[in-house]
Design a binder for this molecule. Structure first.
Ligand code: PGA
Length: 290
């Protein structure tokens, strides 16, 4: 299913930095990646509405294999939601994890506990955890390491604030968060990682980055991964966009070369809108010719 149409091999002759940058940017343009759509419910729903929402999404996802779909309900409802989606291809995710296995950590939830109840994916470094709760890059790196060792698909969320964007620091911030978040992640572990680029100013505000702006940051993220790891890892890594994704803007975002799905907040709370975003991702995947 996956494969480069044309693989560019960096030759024995060490190319200059500029040429290497050019080759890398060419090499990371031609991969067909299965999109991943996440529904981040944040601190919303109750047990009954959560189960209904999950059931409606599971019915829509059915046995579709052109798109991976994960929902991230509040911790308290994970088990109830799991009972609804257990036999379906919809995956269960957690919005957070603690980096220690057990012990005196009041209010926290470990990877073993999440494993116990059927969670397969974990969000780490969401902007609300960075900016509202105050999680540091160091803590996020520890959580990345633990989550991967505990066997979870691990979604590292990164993104700049409006002030950082206006100060021209978007790439400095985003690539800095990427590098610190992945500091302890070995190349072989990168298959368990998904990156979610979520500009903070676009989250929950109704303002979406234009497809061009989002694509250009995604492309830089992929190039950075190529430098940190290698071309093959960069080419297979999925990079979701997040920030006011809706049925109305999803298709244009998914048509971009380096956007491999979405992490959806507000629109994930309605089965109709979330399912429409899933459909847009499937259609974009099927339309790719690579
Ligand atoms: P939003 O949230 O879609 O409501 O902007 C996205 C997110 O926080 O992951």
């Amino acid at each position: 299913m996956y494969g480069l149409k044309k693989r560019i091999v960096l030759s024995d002759v060490e190319p200059s930095r500029e040429i290497r940058g050019f080759l890398v940017s060419c090499a990371v343009q031609m991969m067909k990646r299965r999109p991943i759509i996440g529904g981040n419910w944040k601190m919303n729903t109750d047990v009954e509405s959560g189960m209904l929402l999950a059931g409606a999404v599971a019915d829509h996802v059915g046995t579709c294999d052109c798109c991976e779909v994960v929902i991230y309900p509040p911790f308290l409802y994970l088990q109830a939601v799991d009972s609804v989606i257990d036999q379906t291809s919809l995956c269960l995710g957690a919005q957070n994890i603690w980096h220690e296995a057990n012990g005196a950590f009041t209010g926290e939830v470990s990877g073993a506990m999440l494993n116990d109840i059927g969670v397969s994916s974990v969000l780490i470094g969401h902007s609300e955890r960075r900016h509202v709760v105050g999680e540091s890059d160091t803590l996020i790196a520890k959580k990345m390491k633990t989550s991967i060792l505990d066997g979870f698909q691990t979604v590292l969320c990164i993104g700049e604030t409006l002030e950082e964007r206006e100060a021209g620091k978007t790439l400095e911030v985003v690539l800095g968060q990427l590098q610190t978040g992945l500091a302890d992640v070995a190349p072989a572990q990168m298959q368990m990682v998904v990156i979610a680029y979520e500009p903070v100013w676009a989250i929950g505000t109704g303002k979406t980055a234009s497809p061009e702006d989002a694509q250009s940051v995604h492309k830089e993220i992929r190039k950075c991964i190529c430098g940190l790891y290698d071309e093959s890892i960069a080419n297979t890594l999925r990079i979701q966009y997040g920030g006011s994704v809706k049925p109305e803007n999803a298709a244009k975002l998914f048509a971009c070369q380096d956007i491999d799905g979405a992490l959806v907040g507000g629109a994930a709370l309605s089965a109709d809108s979330f399912n429409a975003i899933v459909t847009a991702a499937c259609e974009s995947y099927k339309a790719q010719e690579v």
